[in-house]
Design a binder for this molecule. Structure first.
Ligand code: SF4
Length: 322
């Protein structure tokens, strides 16, 4: 099986608190997954589960405490600023398209800047042709953005433009973090459908990061559910969301809080007291809320167990504890 991008045992530990009462939380703990060519893989979970930190590490905005990232089977540097080739192949689409574009430049100038920075071409006519071609993939044209500032486009148009801009350098993988949470509800499915179109028409792989299980179910091939820095369940989307095995996935299906629309990638990590307790918990981090918790759950970290093609991190499925 060909893996285009693979994450192995990624861990990120933060120190939080004041100088006199510092403690450590493991925001991402031994996270491993891969994505195949032409696949949509979703990382889902509540806000504060570690999915955005995972994306930031892959994109080089954060350095992990430990772990490996492989692109087409080759390890890539986990240090910031040393990934020019990798970052050409792995592009990001963020939650708020208005923050992705410099408000002082016209949208077409921002497109030209990307083309020149990545040395795609220095010929203006060729650049316009390329921009128009990529915009058409997302349902826009060069004329729609020519001479217009980001504030003159709607949120939906700008998010489409942001996807088109990422396509200018022919990436193999798109990482999208809550790409529809700030887009008008009526337009969300059209953006999500675009990912499916990019996958089938140009063979793009997409890592879709979301709290929204409805769109995740609609568009994904496989899904991983994260809780307090851990992947607790991972497998084909039908298995995980129609026949969830982990007690947290079952709970998540019934009630999932809205993503925080104010969330910003450059904000310091902040967590509530409950989240803090869960992050520090020994054994299974979900034990405090799990309706079927056992004694062992408070003491031992559950292992990953394969059940019906799905990886589940829960003592309930461990034959040793039956
Ligand atoms: Fe619940 Fe125990 Fe499974 Fe954790 S390991 S989800 S506490 S049953």
């Amino acid at each position: 099986m060909k893996k285009i991008l693979e994450i192995q045992n990624l861990t990120k530990v933060y120190s939080i608190g004041s100088l006199f009462s510092r403690s450590k939380i493991t925001a991402v703990e031994n996270v491993s997954f891969y994505i195949k060519p032409s696949e949509i893989f979703t990382l889902a979970g509540e806000s504060g589960c570690g999915k955005t930190t995972t994306a930031k590490i892959i994109l080089g905005f954060e350095e992990p405490t430990s772990g490996k990232i492989l692109f087409e089977d080759n390890p890539i540097s986990i240090k910031k600023g040393k990934r020019y080739h990798f970052l050409k192949k792995v592009q990001a689409v963020f939650q708020n398209p208005f923050e992705s574009f410099n408000p002082l430049l016209t949208v077409d100038d921002i497109f030209f800047e990307t083309i020149y920075n990545y040395r795609v071409t220095t010929n203006k006519e060729e650049a316009i042709k390329l921009i128009d071609e990529k915009l058409k993939v997302v349902g826009l044209t060069f004329d729609d953005i020519h001479g217009r500032y980001p504030s003159e486009l709607s949120g939906g148009q700008l998010q489409r433009a942001s996807i088109a801009r990422s396509l200018l350098i022919d990436p193999s993988v798109l990482i999208t973090d809550e790409p529809v949470s700030m887009v008008d509800a009526s337009l969300r499915m059209s953006i999500v459908n675009l990912f499916a179109k990019l996958k089938s028409q140009i063979g793009l792989s997409v890592i879709y990061i979301t709290h929204d299980l409805a769109t995740a179910y609609y568009v994904s091939d496989r899904i991983a559910i994260m809780f307090r820095g851990n992947i607790v369940e991972m497998g084909p989307v039908d298995e995980v969301l129609i026949r969830p095995k982990h007690p947290y996935t079952k709970l998540l299906r019934e009630s999932i809080p809205e993503a925080d629309p104010q969330k910003k990638w450059d904000k310091e990590i902040t967590i509530t007291d409950v989240e803090y307790e869960e992050y520090l918990r020994q054994g299974c981090k979900f034990a405090g809320r799990c309706p079927v918790a056992m004694e062992i759950c408070k003491k031992e970290v559950p292992k990953e167990i394969l059940v019906d093609d799905v990886l589940v991190k829960c003592h309930m499925y461990d034959k040793n504890f039956e």
